[in-house]
Design a protein around this ligand. Structure first.
Ligand code: 26Q
Length: 840
């Protein structure tokens, strides 16, 4: 059987090598004498990809025969990172491949490093979608992802003179071996045009029709998603926008060739670039076009698949299809499905609506007002005239229902209306709630907050049961096994699990607790961390030319740059530390005394992108870099303090940074970070956390114990009052922070103008993110944790004072099992989708 031969590359080195050479010579048209690492990456990827495709085809066939309910995860972002290493791990053929490549004269790591990141996402929300498709496959669910195949992913960040400069990320420069272009799958999507009424002589009713004015084709690209330890291989289908074949004859005949070609290019612009905003809504027309293009193509694909099996037996639709809306970005899907059922399939409004609401569920990822999508009614009406009518009808029937339940409560009706009156706009979150049977937040605190603040009225209208929580998770395949192979191996050994089955049963980590007093084990544990720190130091050296000593405390904050995430709090504290050290030195206190009595040696490591239009975030990046320049050049300080900004933070860099961290910062203003997921990545890799009582930090604390995390800061319940106080009684800048502001204003870190807005936002504009309220609490938390870390970090063999720290690290990892995205997916399956895994 040919498929068996292809699959055997996974188990047989001979077969792998044979296929590899074949790909070099045929697919790439090169010879083995002229095969560099890039060509080797492509040939090896093609070889593995062929095997994957066999699994993929078998899975799709099996799922079609089983004819069970399928889950569709609609996300505008899938932050996948690299595919090759992940495929080797999930197919369990990493060792074979490593050896085969060696025999062919290549080094696996060098080959893996050739792969560009698939960076089709901004941050947390996009990476969550990537973890979810991994878990759907690994846990044997039938589940597809639907998204867009952006030509340009999130921009590449360069740091020049301390400023962020954006460069385009043209990740498809070379052909992508991990995608299967399905050029035969073409779905027409219309925009603009007008609505007209038609009298149906059969029913005597008036029918609404939409005549689109601009047509674009959606063409599918499929990414097979292999599961770990299973043949189950799901599909991630990403759409490409292509012009239709019909040439624009009117313009062409009018002699306007240029114009007609331009119109064709306009089509392709829809999937050309990912919007680089994270937690901020920009309201651009092209963004709305992207949303509808993607939603319409995906729904028509889903409906077509259903009709092939079940004709027009629409009652069965909710037994076959569950659609999860990743934030409000795909909310037009609700409207589009209602349009398909009513306008195209001729169902009654109510029958259609009950199908729609049983199919959809909505995940909210933020409570911050500036991130909630609102589309101007004018824009929606122009781009999608029929959809706007349907939105008005949905709102009309919904408000009628509210009026029936709460007669005369005019104010309630005004508050829950999907249409905002001034400026007239569609509130997408409200539409998503009304169109779904379940709404979930992404961590306990967040899910409580949405019920009591932004969606409070909807709890009153629909009841609390409609609102639920599914705490986020991460895939341990990528974030433990792939990122930290040595730690994963030590754990496998200790759990007596040579097959690494714990990676799909992460609760087993609990067994590590029995080794927490085992000297040898602690030594090994620490040695692995030290080794990972060395690798991180090498990355820092390569990217910034800064030397950091792996025996100092690595204090890391990597994530999107945002005022609410408070990188400014972190860098202000670093500045305070520097100024204090300088003062001590000037008074004759020696470095040794400082290390002993004040500060342990540490490296503050930052990384993350700012949205290109987010001035304040860019200012924070600039400050970090300028502070780094001054401190790192200060000969007096030596290795007592270093500050680095790692440029272009992305998934593949995170795989090196997370395992190499001693301490990571998750210090958002309480109530603002919905969950956070990097907190989970760091803790799973044996790093400790300094954090606020926010997002998933709360549940991490509950799982690992509060003695193993360094929490500080005001609580979410106090935030409103403190903000109010700032506005009406003024902001009180503590003396410690004032010292920092003074230094910045005295131009210790370059021209003060550059940082004026940052200081002003705190001093004069109400300190919305409570930097002044939490600053000294942050310093105190550092004092505490530095006592635990000890004054001498110790090297690979000598743990110095690290005993207590290492124990906390083991204890944390042992209790992180809950944060597997497998658990998360099981919860969605049971409480929201009503699906079960297939028995493979
Ligand atoms: C909206 C409109 C127009 C353009 C862009 C956007 C947009 C894009 C991305 C809005 C929001 C996002 C991303 C949000 C995000 O990443 N949220 C994070 O989701 C994580 C997964 O649930 C949480 O862990 C984080 O707390 C949350 O910030």
């Amino acid at each position: 059987q040919p498929s068996d031969t292809v699959k055997s590359v996974v188990d047989s080195k001979e077969k792998f090598e044979e296929e590899f050479v074949k790909h070099v010579e045929t697919s790439l048209g090169r010879s083995m004498y002229n095969c560099d690492d890039l060509a080797a990456y492509q040939a090896a990827s093609n070889t593995i990809r062929d095997a994957l495709i066999i699994d993929w085809a078998n899975t799709q066939q099996k799922q079609t025969i089983q004819d069970g309910k399928r889950v569709y995860y609609l996300s505008l972002e899938f932050l996948m990172g690299r595919a090759m290493d992940n495929a080797l791990i999930n197919l369990k053929c990493e060792n074979n491949t490593r050896q085969s490549l060696n025999e062919l004269g290549f080094n696996l790591e060098d080959v893996l490093n050739q792969e560009p990141d698939a960076a089709l996402g901004n941050g947390g929300l996009g990476r969550l979608a990537a973890c979810f498709v991994d878990s759907l496959s690994s846990k044997n669910y039938s589940g597809w992802g639907y998204g867009l195949n952006y030509q340009y992913g999130i921009f590449e960040q360069k740091i020049i003179d301390g400023y962020q400069i954006e460069a385009p990320d043209y990740w498809l420069k070379y052909s992508n071996p991990w995608v299967l272009d399905r050029n035969e799958i073409q779905i027409p999507v219309d925009f603009y045009g007008y609505v007209y009424e038609e009298h149906d002589p059969n029913t005597g009713k008036v029918k609404k029709n939409w005549n689109g004015g601009e047509r674009v084709l959606a063409v599918a690209s499929d990414f097979p998603i292999p599961g770990y330890n299973t043949d189950n291989t799901n599909n991630l289908r990403l759409w490409n926008a292509k012009p239709t074949n019909e040439f624009d004859f009117t313009k062409f005949n009018a002699g306007d060739y240029q114009q007609s070609v331009a119109a064709q290019q306009r089509a392709e612009s829809i999937t050309s670039v990912l919007y680089p905003n994270d937690n901020f809504e920009s309201g651009k027309e092209l963004r709305l076009k992207q949303q509808y293009f993607w939603v319409a193509a995906s729904l028509h694909d889903i409906v077509r698949r259903f009709k092939k099996q079940h004709k027009q037996n629409w009652k069965k639709f909710p037994d076959q299809v569950a659609i999860q809306l990743n934030d409000t970005h795909p909310t037009l899907a609700v409207v589009e499905l209602q349009r398909i059922l009513v306008d195209l399939e001729g169902l009654e409004w109510n029958e259609a609506w009950s199908i729609v609401t049983s199919v959809f569920a909505y995940t909210n990822h933020t409570v911050m007002a500036e991130a909630l999508e609102k589309w101007p009614v004018d824009l929606v009406g122009r781009l999608l005239p029929r959809h706007l009518e349907i939105i008005y009808d949905i709102n009309f029937f919904f408000l009628k229902e509210v009026e029936r339940k709460f007669p005369g409560d005019r104010d309630l009706i005004r508050r829950v209306s999907i249409i905002d009156e001034s400026p007239k706009s569609v509130k997408m979150a409200f539409l998503a709630i009304v169109g779904s049977h379940k709404v979930n937040g992404v961590a306990e605190l967040h899910s409580e907050l949405i019920k009591t603040t932004i969606f409070k009225d909807f709890v009153k209208v629909f009841g609390a049961e409609k609102f639920t929580n599914v705490t986020n998770g991460i895939t341990p395949r990528r974030w433990l096994r792939q990122a930290n192979p040595k730690l994963a191996a030590l754990i496998a050994e200790k759990l007596n699990d040579p097959e690494y089955d714990y990676l799909t049963n992460l609760g087993k980590l609990k067994q590590l607790e029995q080794f927490v007093d085992d000297e040898d084990f602690l030594k090994q544990w620490h040695a692995i961390k030290f080794d990972n720190k060395r690798k991180l130091a090498a990355l820092v050296k390569e990217l910034t030319d800064i030397d950091i000593d792996p025996s100092v405390l690595f204090d890391v904050q990597v994530k999107r740059i945002h005022e609410y995430k408070r990188q400014q709090l972190n860098i202000f504290a670093v500045i305070y530390r520097y100024l204090h050290i300088k003062e001590l030195l000037s008074k004759g206190v020696t470095i040794e005394e400082i290390k002993k009595n004040y500060y342990i040696p540490k490296a503050s490591i930052f990384g993350g992108k700012a949205a290109p239009g987010y001035y304040m975030a860019k200012t924070i990046i600039h400050l970090i870099n300028k502070v780094g320049e001054v401190i790192n050049a200060d000969k007096e300080i030596g290795n007592l303090l270093k500050v680095v900004f790692i440029p272009d933070y992305n998934v593949s860099k995170a795989e090196i940074i997370c395992p190499g961290s001693d301490l990571s910062n998750h210090i958002s203003t309480a109530g603002t970070e919905a969950s956070g997921t990097s907190n989970m990545k760091f803790a799973l890799n044996g790093g400790l956390i300094i954090g606020t009582v926010d997002g998933a930090n709360v549940e991490i604390t509950r799982e690992i114990g509060e003695e193993n995390i360094f929490l500080f800061g005001n609580l979410a319940e106090s935030v409103e009052e403190l903000r109010h106080k700032h506005v009406f009684e003024g902001v009180n800048v503590p003396e410690t922070l004032q010292v920092v502001f003074n230094a910045i204003e005295k131009e210790v870190f370059g021209p003060a103008d550059e940082f004026k807005s940052l200081i002003d936002s705190i001093r004069y504009h109400g300190d919305y993110y409570l930097v002044t309220d939490d600053f000294e609490l942050f310093l105190d938390a550092h004092k505490k944790l530095e006592k635990v870390y000890g004054h001498d970090g110790g090297d690979a063999t000598d743990r110095g004072h690290l005993q207590e720290w290492v124990k906390k690290s083991v204890w944390s990892v042992a209790n992180m099992g809950f944060f597997s995205s497998d658990r998360c997916i099981d919860e969605y399956a049971e409480n929201i989708w009503n699906v079960e895994p297939s028995n493979q």
